[in-house]
Design a protein. Structure first.
Length: 346
């Protein structure tokens, strides 16, 4: 099943595209999906966290694949990013300010190359989505990156496509290992409904929450788990055994290491959603071996993994071997070559 068909079958209409690294093939995967949506007659809204669609990498000066908006597509981008783009119909201003001017929503009067820029935060994406909804957009594609977590919130998008390339590893197996480690977060279990009901107030107000085996519940400021995890856990031990710790921001190695060092009884660490989980395999495995669990308040499905065999330095890897290695590492996820998908649908 094509990635586009899988998204339609599941009713996933807002898709974020993330690269495991720079030059992972994310924009190619974005374009391939966009092409299929256009062929199917869907009206698509396009935006990016950061800048995407530029002709060259700003740091390396390497040519990058352009983004072509099909006729009828809507895009949210900064005003100065529109200077080189023709055949666009202005629809509305969003009130979002950026170094390239205000972000506006426009419609492509014909298929045209575009530059997406100016959207930089979760609040910006939310405002853009509201704007797209006013024009009966069928699907929204967000071009992002794993380190731009605003694009991968389940409150904003329905699923994620991950792109990987030899930039992440010098062998197919090495690339597959990176894909596996990055994908782990998307398969974490959701918290039980009873816990979600208790923790929802902290989630909504972006507070750290402690849930004890006695049923007692306490909240702290969001930075308590990142800046002062030792003190947070030490104070918790004075109350009762800790059953669960909810963290609204990034869950990183330091917090897990602190839990291990303080020899906490088996407990559950909870992140808001998969893109907030930033822990290394070296810390995660001992965390699990100690009997602890890692969960999320809300899951975000992994729609597929796009494999790109090309390396910017020319150190390409065999496509068939990459597809085989990544598929073996992630048997439950569709793994595909985005460029080949584009050729089939051209």
């Amino acid at each position: 099943m094509e990635i586009y068909d899988r998204a339609v079958a599941h009713g996933w209409n807002r898709i974020a595209f993330m690269g495991a690294s720079k030059h992972a093939g994310k924009t190619t995967a974005f374009n391939a999906f966009l092409q299929q949506a256009a062929v199917a007659g869907r009206v698509v809204g396009l935006c990016s966290i950061g800048v995407d669609g530029e002709r060259q990498d700003a740091l390396m000066g390497i040519d990058k694949p352009p983004i072509f908006a099909p006729q009828g597509a809507l895009l949210a981008t900064a005003e100065r990013a529109l200077f080189e783009t023709q055949s666009l119909e202005w629809l509305e201003s969003t009130g979002i300010r950026s170094p390239l001017g205000e972000v506006v929503i426009v419609r492509a009067a014909e298929t045209t190359q575009v530059l997406l820029a100016g959207v930089r935060s979760r609040q910006h994406i939310s405002r853009v989505l509201e704007g797209f909804a006013r024009y009966q957009v069928d699907m929204v594609l967000v071009d992002g990156a794993l380190n731009r977590i605003a694009a991968a919130s389940p409150e904003l998008v329905d699923a994620v496509v991950l792109a990987v390339s030899p930039v992440s590893g010098s062998t197919p197996d090495a690339v597959a290992q990176v894909a596996l480690e990055l994908s782990h977060r998307f398969f974490l279990p959701e918290v039980p409904l009873a816990w979600r009901n208790v923790l929802d107030s902290a989630h909504q107000r972006r507070q750290v929450a402690l849930y004890f085996t006695t049923g007692e519940y306490r909240e702290f400021s969001a930075d308590a788990a990142t800046l002062h995890p030792e003190q947070l856990l030490a104070d918790a031990r004075l109350v009762a055994p800790l059953q669960a710790l909810y963290v609204p921001g990034a869950v990183q190695d330091k917090l897990m290491e602190t839990i291990l060092l303080q020899r906490q009884e088996p407990m559950t660490l909870i992140a808001a959603h998969p893109a907030q989980v930033w822990v290394s395999r070296q810390v995660l495995l001992p965390f699990y071996r100690a009997g602890h669990q890692l969960m999320v308040m809300r899951k975000l499905p992994l729609l597929g993994v796009a494999v790109n065999p090309h390396h910017v330095s020319g150190a390409d890897l065999p496509l068939d071997e990459m597809l085989q290695a990544v598929s073996a590492a992630l048997p439950e996820v569709p793994v595909y070559h985005a460029a080949l998908s584009m050729e089939r649908n051209a």
